[in-house]
Design a protein around this ligand. Structure first.
Ligand code: T5A
Length: 211
């Protein structure tokens, strides 16, 4: 069985952290050895870049400068953490990955998909997840949840139009690569969201482990 690289994606407050715990328990029940990691971050160097990206600041951050920092962190993360884990036979579950860049920098910052794809090829040469769980929710609901939880970071302080573009870009990615994406309506009650995730995720695990 080929170790799988799985990512979890979605806009602000969709419940990635909450539902990661469910995915961890499903993997354990299926006796799968795995690590959990996140982006931006996942190594000490990349976590420092995360701080740079998320901290609120007076100076306006140029969108391309932001994009390059995201990929600098990702390259380090892929080479130091993700590929070694997969090579040792472990599955990797990652909270956000390149689809977040298409959504936030491509959609939110309006840099477009083409530039992201060029840098993606340069940095990662086509390396991508085997499966991606997209938690989809109306940004109004997501931001209400995020605001209740903690102080807003640099991205969460954007205007609602930004989050609408992020959502549209995620949905576009999912329809362009329907084989890879599992899309769950995260606007439902948590119990229903988790029932849906359990169904699609267990089906996926069964498909991979019984090949
Ligand atoms: N970024 C990242 C880029 O711009 N480009 C990139 O390439 C990458 C990789 C950090 C930021 O970086 C940007 C995007 C981000 O803005 P992050 O830390 O993953 O990324 O960002 P967040 O979206 O802020 O992640 P969080 O962990 O903070 O939010 P979650 O995990 O989506 O939400 P969670 O689970 O904490 O839930 C939020 C609240 O809602 C409740 C929870 O209990 C919690 O209180 N909740 C629900 N309530 C009702 N019904 C449900 N179904 C609920 N599900 C959760």
């Amino acid at each position: 069985m080929q170790p799988q690289f799985i990512t979890i994606e979605g806009g602000e407050g969709v419940g990635k952290t909450t539902n990661l715990q469910l995915i961890e328990s499903l993997l354990k029940q299926n006796r799968i050895d795995f690590i959990v990691t996140r982006e931006p971050g996942g190594t000490p160097f990349a976590e420092e870049i995360r701080e740079l990206l998320l901290n609120k600041r007076q100076e306006a951050v140029d969108p391309v400068a932001e994009l390059l920092l995201v990929f600098a962190a990702r390259k380090q993360h892929v080479e130091q953490t993700i590929k070694p884990a997969l090579a040792s036979g472990q599955w990797v579950v990652c909270d956000r990955f390149t689809d977040a860049t298409f959504a936030y920098q491509g959609g939110g910052r309006e840099l477009g998909f083409e530039l992201i794809e060029q840098i993606n090829q340069l940095a990662l040469a086509g390396f991508k997840p085997n499966k991606t769980l997209l938690l989809d929710v109306d940004p109004d609901i997501g931001m209400q949840r995020a605001a209740k939880r903690s102080e807003l970071d640099r991205f969460e302080s954007e205007q609602m139009a930004f989050f609408e573009r992020v959502r549209a870009a995620y949905r576009q990615r999912a329809s362009d690569d329907a084989e890879r994406f599992m899309v769950v309506d995260a606007g439902q009650d948590l119990v229903n969201v988790q029932t849906d995730i359990t169904t699609v995720f267990q089906e996926y695990i069964d498909g991979v482990t019984h090949d």
